[in-house]
Design a protein around this ligand. Sequence first.
Ligand code: ZN
Length: 184
Amino acid sequence: MATDHTEAGTGPNPGDRGTARPVVRYGEPVLHRACAPVERYDDALAGLVEDMFASMYAANGVGLAANQIGVDARVFVLDCEDADGERTVAAVVNPVLILPPPPRELAVDDEGCLSVPGAFTETPRSATAAVEGFDPAGNPIRIEGTGTLARCLQHECDHLDGTVYVDRLPAKTRKRMLADAGLR
Ligand SMILES: [Zn+2]
C-alpha cells in the first residue's frame, strides 16, 4: 500500500540485506490472480522477505505483497502505524484476514498502491482488522490493527487474492485512476 505522506525511519530496518526489485504495475497478470501458499520456511523465503522490505522502502510504501515484485507466493510485508500512531513492522506468510462480524464500522480514507503509482482515492474499509499467519521462520503470528494498519492488512490480503484496491471502486473511478496513472 502507499500513502501520500512518508516518514523517515529510525535505526536499521529489515530489508538492509535485500535488493529492491521493480514493482509491477496494474495489468500484469501476476497481480490479478490468487497467489500460491508458501510451503517451505527456508533461506529462499527469508531472502524474498528481505527483498520485499527493500523494495517497499525504496518505493516509499507502507506495505507490499509478493506478487507486486512478480513472485507468486502468499507473503506480505508492512511498516505502518495504527490509529494511535503505534508502528508495526512485520512480514506475514500465508495470512488469513479476520474482519469483525457485520454490521462492521467502516472507515473511509485515502488509499493508494505502489502498483497504481501516484493515484489516491477514498476507499471504504473495515475500521479494524486482524491477520493470522506465520513469520518467515514459521512461527504463528497475529496482528490486530486500526487506522492505516487495518487498511493495510486488508489491502495486502486483497493483493494475495488477486484484487487490487481500485478493483473495489466503481468502474468509472477505476478507469479514471488507471488513466491518470498512465496504465490504461
Ligand atoms: Zn497495493
